[in-house]
Design a protein around this ligand. Structure first.
Ligand SMILES: Nc1nc2c(ncn2[C@@H]2O[C@H](COP(=O)(O)OP(=O)(O)OP(=O)(O)O)[C@@H](O)[C@H]2O)c(=O)[nH]1
Ligand SMILES: [Mg+2]
Length: 489
């Protein structure tokens, strides 16, 4: 329960984190990602944030987890040199009256340092991991200055690029850990990219913080950490519900098309039936695209993000359906945009290839995206147990892949990055999704059969879809983040 408005919890019930870094490393951006809110001002320029500002990261059972965004350090090497001339450098520096306009780097550094001294239980020190630690000349002076204050520091690797695989992340952390080992105030190094972090990594941050707090704050933090974890897990459960409903709808959806006559079966006078098949395909594809867009939007909003999945359905006119196996441009756009990245690109290539499948360009491109190829090759319908036309199993399997990739993309998208937009998927996600789908092949087959062949009641299908998808998503996250806790501790 939050404290009544206007009532500040006692000091021991407030845990305070200060975002500190060299200017322009991404503090305000990370604050946005952690808060799921567009706070402060962000720009690719030095000294954008000029004042310390506090935010409530979480209120839980009358306890408060507070996050400070601060101005960035500037001109750090010169500042350290100047401070080293003083007998009591910290006291001297903090008592000076720097001008906010003419001495901006000093003003900002002073604000940040005051915040660390007066407020922080733990300093979250961001570094721009796009460059190697040796190249970041600002680190040594800033660590020396922070050492005078003496608060525990967790180093957060920001700007690591798109989500890393397990090995790459370990290597990155180890490189930085070794570099930062010189300073005893540094208690740990974590990857937490404001653009591409996964919520699971926020839980890891909470785990580390628990070890760094003084005894007086440990009890409060225990509740706050549990509240944070519960909120994230709730989002995870709701996400698996959304994904499983999407896939349930895919196996249940079907369209009545009359069976072939004897003449039609041997190829005589099939024109009318072909047209019926085309219409059915068009309708199923449009409904699928609608559902995928809707589910993606639900995931986006559930994760505290802004924006909409790209929706380019446009007109589903007859001209877009030249051949029985040809897919309307608009559907590819939608599927491609949801799949994002490699798959999206491949789908575009396939479209360019004119769906002829024989083209060398197409075959050459298949290695990276078998999934997309299968999606096309099997853009196919089958007659279900109810005699209606349904998605084929192969197509459904690719829908599962798209759904898993979509979930990963949303779960990693940091609000600090701005409105949701499609972006390239890291290559390792695609192969990982293939493995997870292979490992769950029995369950996926059963799910498809229950809808298409057995005509099982949707609510029964939905239940088994939910446990299957939840398991797939858990496996995905655990492969990407082996220490993730996906149930309440
Ligand atoms: N690619 C990438 N860019 C980032 C990331 N985090 C921040 N940025 C960019 O870095 C620039 C600076 O971000 P800010 O959040 O304003 O940085 P800051 O540390 O608050 O800067 P000051 O307040 O000026 O000290 C912006 O252009 C951000 O878009 C990230 O994780 N990845
Ligand atoms: Mg800022």
């Amino acid at each position: 329960m939050p404290p009544p408005p206007g009532i500040v919890p006692p000091a021991n019930d407030i845990v305070t984190l200060s975002l500190i870094s060299h200017t322009n490393a991404g503090k305000t951006t990370l604050a946005r990602t952690l808060l799921r809110q567009d706070v402060g001002e962000v720009a690719d320029a030095a000294h954008v944030t000029l004042f310390n500002t506090s935010y409530s990261l979480l209120e839980q059972e009358a306890r408060l987890l507070r996050l400070w965004d601060t101005p960035g350090f500037g001109d750090s090497a010169r500042l350290l040199k100047r401070l080293q001339r003083e007998r009591n450098p910290l006291l001297w520096f903090l008592s000076q009256a720097w001008d906010r306009i003419t001495d901006k780097p000093l003003w900002c550094s002073q604000q940040a340092l005051k915040n660390v001294r007066d407020e922080a239980d733990v300093v979250l020190y961001l570094v721009n991991a796009a460059e190697p630690p040796q190249a970041a000349g600002y680190i040594t002076p800033e660590m020396e200055i922070l050492t005078w204050v003496g608060k525990p520091v967790l180093v957060l690797l920001n700007q690591t690029g798109s989500a890393l695989d397990v090995q790459a992340e370990r290597l990155e952390i180890e490189t930085w850990r070794q570099h930062m080992a010189t300073w005893p105030i540094v208690k740990g190094v974590l990857c937490l990219d404001a653009f591409a972090r996964c919520w699971v990594q926020e839980d890891q941050l909470m785990d580390r913080l628990a070890l760094l707090l003084t005894d007086t704050k440990k009890e409060a933090f225990k509740h706050l950490r549990r509240g944070w974890q519960r909120r994230n897990l709730e989002t995870f459960h709701q996400s698996s519900r959304i994904v499983s409903e999407l896939l349930t709808a895919a196996v249940v959806d079907g369209i009545d098309v009359r069976s072939e006559t004897l003449w039609e079966r041997i190829g005589i006078g099939r024109g009318e039936l072909n047209k019926e098949y085309q219409d059915a395909r068009e309708q199923l594809a449009a409904r699928l695209a609608d559902r995928v867009t809707l589910a993606t939007n639900q995931l986006i909003h559930l994760h505290g993000l802004e924006g909409q999945a790209a929706r380019r359905l446009g007109n589903l006119t007859q001209e877009q359906f030249h051949l029985p196996s040809q897919v309307p441009e608009a559907i590819w756009s939608t599927l491609g945009s949801v799949a994002g990245g490699a798959m999206g690109g491949l789908i575009a290539d396939l479209k360019m290839g004119g769906m002829t499948f024989g083209g060398g360009a197409l075959v050459g491109g298949i290695a990276a995206g078998l999934g997309a190829y299968a999606l096309i090759k099997s853009y196919n319908l089958v007659r279900g147990g109810d005699h209606r036309l349904h998605w084929s199993f192969e197509h459904f399997r690719e829908q599962v892949r798209l759904a898993l990739l979509t979930y990963l993309a949303v779960a990693h998208y940091g609000r600090g990055r701005g409105e949701w937009q499609e972006s390239p998927d890291p290559a390792h996600w695609n192969s990982l999704c293939s493995r997870i789908i292979d490992e769950h092949d029995d369950g996926i087959t059963r799910l498809w059969k229950s809808g298409v062949e057995a005509g099982t009641q949707p609510d029964v299908i939905s239940k088994s879809a939910h446990s299957l998808i939840q398991d797939c998503l858990k496996c995905l996250l655990l492969r990407l983040y082996p220490t993730a806790k996906l149930s309440m501790s």
